[in-house]
Design a binder for this molecule. Structure first.
Ligand SMILES: NC(=O)c1ccc[n+]([C@@H]2O[C@H](COP(=O)([O-])OP(=O)(O)OC[C@H]3O[C@@H](n4cnc5c(N)ncnc54)[C@H](O)[C@@H]3O)[C@@H](O)[C@H]2O)c1
Length: 335
């Protein structure tokens, strides 16, 4: 159930598009998508960078995402223009941090960079200003001074941030309980699907699941059990649509829990050996095959640009989410 904008608060201050200012720090892969979500919800957003080139690229990426929404019939030209007008671009973060009510940190995943950003917020931001960190793996609560406690939490988005609905929200225990609740209300209000994590764990939830799955994926490929093409077909034709309907847990209820116990007990079902970095993955990196950005990864993109590949991905994601909206918006656990 979406909260009306006029009841939203952040750190006990009213939070709404008419009066609240949002700063997005970092215009790499994640920043532009996050900025777009807030701008689409009517907020004035300033996206900041240390690198002027990356700021230009980030703004171009935001405009490309808006143009794709127009071509998909999700926005009209007037809405598109208004959204882009709501986003300012700045090199440097100080002035913007000083004026913001919400600072969203999507800077490079390096401890010292995040720590410097938190110090700037502590020094320059208004006393009520809250900072959401988009860190993927760092325990950011260890990087702040004690008097910042209660103003920082993790709101972890997924790429592409303006399309994938989930945001994992994690606070720092009792200090941030209320802030987590307010954050969840704001995220719902701007159309995201937030979930609350009850405690900090590195990698949060979804990246931990993906990491574990990755170990098995690279083991199967390395062992020659299946080709990369067939592996992706197999997943798309089985667990991907089923997970969309049943999540990962409710599936067990349909399978019968006894059968699942027997599967875990099966001595012939061996787990993959632990490799710090799976060789199958490292080999591609050593060959310079890093993915769509370099024209090849596990698959060959035959000269197609990363923008073209991303737009194709995003078009398919819009279709899938449209078709399965009700399953994205609310889980249906058996009670
Ligand atoms: N890429 C993903 O799929 C993904 C998903 C979820 C979370 N994250 C997390 O989000 C954060 C950003 O990830 P990304 O993939 O967008 O990184 P990125 O490397 O693409 O972009 C980071 C940007 O931050 C800029 N930057 C560095 N220091 C800055 C500063 N002090 N002020 C302003 N800008 C600064 C860099 O110039 C760079 O353009 C990271 O913490 C990452 O772990 C990434």
């Amino acid at each position: 159930m979406m909260n009306p904008t006029n009841t939203l608060t952040l750190n006990s201050q009213p939070f709404n598009p008419a009066t609240s200012k949002v700063a997005v720090l970092g215009a790499g892969i994640m920043g532009p998508g996050i900025a777009l979500v807030f701008a689409e919800a009517g907020y004035r957003v300033t996206m900041c960078e240390i690198s002027p080139e990356n700021l230009d690229k980030g703004m171009a990426s935001l405009r490309d995402s808006v143009a794709l929404k127009v071509s998909e019939g999700l926005l009209d030209d007037t809405q598109a223009r208004q959204i882009i007008e709501r986003v300012d671009a700045r090199v440097g973060i100080e002035d913007t941090v000083a004026q913001a009510d919400l600072v969203i940190e999507a800077v490079s995943e390096k401890k010292e960079i995040k720590q410097a950003v938190f110090q700037t917020v502590q020094k320059l931001a208004k006393p009520h200003t809250v900072i959401w960190s988009n860190t993927s793996t760092l325990n950011v609560f260890e990087l702040i001074e004690p008097d910042m406690a209660g103003r920082l939490l993790v709101a972890h988005w997924f790429a592409p941030a303006h399309i994938v609905p989930l945001v994992e929200v994690v606070g720092d225990g009792g200090n941030t309980d209320r802030l987590v609740t307010e954050t969840i209300d704001i995220l719902k209000n701007i159309g995201k699907v937030p979930v609350r994590l009850n405690k900090m764990i590195n990698g949060f939830v979804i990246n931990r699941l993906q990491r574990l799955l990755g170990r098995e994926i690279f083991y199967l490929l390395e062992s020659g059990v299946i080709s990369p093409e067939d592996l992706d077909i197999a997943v798309r034709a089985s667990i991907a649509p089923r997970m969309q309907v049943l999540g990962v847990l409710q599936r067990y209820d349909f399978t019968n829990l006894n059968l699942s116990v027997r599967n875990f007990q099966d001595p012939d079902f061996t787990d993959p050996p632990f490799e710090a970095v799976p060789k199958y993955l490292q080999d591609r990196v050593n060959e310079g095959r890093l993915g769509v950005g370099t024209g090849a990864g596990f698959f060959d993109y035959q000269g197609r640009s990363s923008l073209e590949m991303q737009q194709e991905r995003d078009r398919h994601l819009y279709r899938v989410l449209e078709a399965l909206g009700e399953y994205v918006d609310g889980p249906r656990p058996v009670r």
